[in-house]
Design a protein around this ligand. Structure first.
Ligand SMILES: [Ca+2]
Length: 348
């Protein structure tokens, strides 16, 4: 009998090793069946590289890609996702267009000045090589998530690497959705209690949660088992020229794309270094032993003003966070093993 990792007795986060020992031999467990929910951009954006990592990893089976407004408009996220799948030769994977705006957050002058074009209604620019010949599906992202999860309760994992608008809408649309999701890996938040926990869009707020704080709070409070990949762990990464060169040394359609889109940055500045936010979230599902976690209650401030979109984590609930749930918070990373896995997979 193959031991199910879910029975290994871990609390809020139950992903164990994908390889189980059986009578002295190693056996590949079933791949995680995942939906990738993303504010996508063509590689080398972190979403683009994270999707390539997922595509080339046998531990993961991508059921569908859902898009959301975040780094870019949802229209650009969608056309870039379709084109990237086409370049990767994986355009059989369906893409579902999601929310074009956060649940509540209205874009102001600050939003238009800082990073991110979630508010933009400009037509998407053509991705490298032109728009994909494939189209997004007719269903919305939330409809697709609902249908997929409710038809296979307890089997589908959502890897959410953008604002959480689509997932919050699915939770709101059906009372059994949250209980049906097997687990989520979420890139989002910044936890001041742990090292490197400052924000990246406001002093304390991380971008994904700040774009849609109300959605983040709905998802974090939903009871779905969550592994949170906040800025604390993203900041343990550095995609430098050394690793870029290891990638483009291998010739594939994807590495040629990366050479085209990332090469100029290293030509301008050989010492450039890029954080790998969404790639860590995906890698932590491929191999949970890559990250160190601490179980904390995490909640998100949805009050307009100073702390809008700020995530706060603590060992016990506190006044104002009575509805907060405990989750595994990633805060450290085995960098060498992570980057070697990343380069190996991206160059396959
Ligand atoms: Ca993202």
């Amino acid at each position: 009998m193959i031991a199910r990792w879910a029975s290994l007795g871990r609390a809020a986060w139950s992903v164990g090793p994908m390889i189980v020992l059986l009578a002295g031999s190693t056996v590949q467990a079933q791949p995680h069946r995942i939906i990738v929910d993303t504010d996508f951009g063509v590689p080398p954006t972190d979403d683009g590289l994270a999707l390539i990592l997922a595509l080339n990893s046998p531990e993961l089976e991508i059921l569908g890609v859902t898009t959301v407004a975040g780094n870019f408009s949802v229209e650009r996220a969608t056309s870039d996702a379709l084109r990237t799948l086409e370049i990767a030769g994986r355009d059989e994977i369906p893409v579902y267009r999601g929310a074009d705006m956060p649940l509540v957050h209205e874009p102001g002058d600050f939003a238009r000045r800082v990073w991110g074009e979630w508010w933009s209604d400009a037509p998407p620019p053509a991705p490298p090589g032109g728009f994909a010949t494939t189209r997004a599906e007719r269903e919305t992202a939330a409809e697709y998530m609902l249908r997929t999860v409710l038809s296979a309760p307890g089997e589908v994992t959502i890897v959410a690497i953008g604002p959480l608008t689509n997932v919050a809408m699915a939770i709101r649309q059906h009372p059994e959705f949250a209980a049906g999701v097997k687990q989520m890996v979420i890139m989002g938040g910044a936890i001041a209690r742990l090292p490197d926990g400052h924000g990246n869009v406001t002093p304390n707020a991380e971008f994904n949660f700040w774009v849609d704080p109300e959605a983040a709070r709905i998802v974090l409070r939903s009871g779905i088992p969550i592994s949170l990949s906040p800025l604390n762990v993203s900041r343990k990464t550095a995609l430098t020229r050394r690793w870029y060169e290891a990638i483009v040394r291998v010739e594939t359609p994807i590495t040629r794309l990366i050479a085209t889109t990332l090469g100029p940055a290293f030509e301008r500045d050989p010492a450039a270094s890029h954080l790998m936010y969404d790639q860590v979230a995906v890698a932590s599902l491929i191999d949970p032993t890559l990250v160190t976690t601490e179980h904390l209650y995490v909640d998100v401030d949805i009050h307009p003003g100073l702390n809008y979109g700020v995530s706060v984590g603590g060992p016990e609930p506190w006044p104002g966070a009575e509805g907060a749930r405990q989750m595994a918070v990633q805060h450290d990373l085995d960098w060498e093993r992570f980057i070697r896995l990343f380069v190996d997979r991206v160059t396959r």
